[in-house]
Design a protein around this ligand. Structure first.
Ligand code: PMP
Length: 304
């Protein structure tokens, strides 16, 4: 990965190579921590963070769900991210990774009383599922791994522990020769990708499941907002596996994945096997928004 100069740790800017933790860090053992993934783009007016406030709010909500008391306010965490990008003097597009974790000093599963730490790293990161994928689409496998069921996990939290489920699905898909996994929920309906939300298009209608079994995705919300503005009909409803196979178009959305078309699922070609026309329209509109080229969405950008 690309190193940067500094990582923000509990209020201090620490040189990248010195940003370390003790091996008895609580989160390393028991998996209770929460994080965010936020992007900043090089716009014509300089580097700008996309939906900083929404991501930071979700970070604090995630901590609330898993009973971690964060010793910083939303404003302080936003300011820290802005200052971190300033100090690192990035030349390209940036991915920001805030992490709230339980540190060294207490062991055992009763986590209350373990020290709470916040770290924010940022580095230059290109297309998560590849430039080629953004243009021509990726091949996807429906996972044998069921998405974390809501009866036993907290899907509204971007919690470290949720990502074992994602990692196993991603591993299975890559090892089987695909590029991403699509996970179903415990009733067999489409939940989400390992780190993305999922959309299909059928007969001109844009369809994406409700967030019952997926993260409340900021990119998904942005795409729905853009689609509404473009007068594309929208349905939020459950999707079955066989409906995915016969979709005209399909794509993933996420901060890292942006808008990545899906060209094949389990050996079934989706539409014409390329980025579909509505996907292309939404993808282009999304990039106009994050790069500050669409004046209607300027309020989502925080310039550095
Ligand atoms: N689902 C999961 C499991 C994710 O990790 C992500 C990435 N944060 C998403 C969906 C997409 O969320 P967002 O658009 O807010 O990045």
């Amino acid at each position: 990965m690309e190193k940067a100069k500094y990582i923000w740790m509990d209020g201090n800017f620490v040189p990248w190579d010195e940003a370390k933790v003790h091996v008895l860090t609580h989160t390393l053992h028991y998996g209770n921590g929460v994080f965010e993934g936020t992007r900043a783009y090089q716009t014509d007016d300089g580097l700008a963070i996309f939906r900083l406030q929404d991501h930071t709010k979700r970070l604090l909500n995630s901590a609330k769900i898993v009973k971690i008391d964060v010793p910083f306010s939303q404003e302080e965490l936003e300011e820290a991210q802005i200052e971190l990008l300033r100090k690192n003097d990035f030349k390209g597009n940036v991915y920001i990774r805030p992490l709230i974790y339980l540190g060294y000093g207490k062991m055992g599963l009763y986590h209350i009383g373990a020290p709470v730490h916040v770290a924010i790293a940022a580095w230059e990161w290109g297309a998560y599922l590849g430039e080629e994928g953004l243009e021509n689409g990726i091949r996807v496998k429906i996972s044998s791994i069921v998405r974390n069921p809501v009866k036993s996990t907290f899907g509204k939290a971007k919690a470290v522990a949720n990502y074992l489920n994602s990692q196993m699905a991603k591993y299975e898909a890559i090892e089987a020769g695909y590029e991403e996994a699509l996970m179903l929920d415990d009733e067999g309906f489409v939940a989400e990708g390992s780190g993305e939300c999922f959309f299909i298009v059928r007969d001109g209608v844009l369809i994406t499941p409700p967030n019952d079994n997926s993260l409340e995705s900021i990119t998904q919300a942005t795409i729905l907002e853009i689609a509404r503005e473009m007068d594309i009909p929208i349905e939020r409803r459950r999707i079955t596996r066989d409906e995915v196979y016969i979709a005209d178009e399909a794509f993933f959305t996420g901060t890292a994945a942006e808008v990545t078309p899906v060209r094949e699922v389990d050996g079934r070609v989706i539409g014409n096997g390329k980025r579909g026309p509505i996907t292309k329209e939404l993808q282009e509109a999304y990039f106009d928004v994050v790069y500050g080229r669409d004046k209607n969405y300027k309020h989502y950008l925080t310039y550095i």
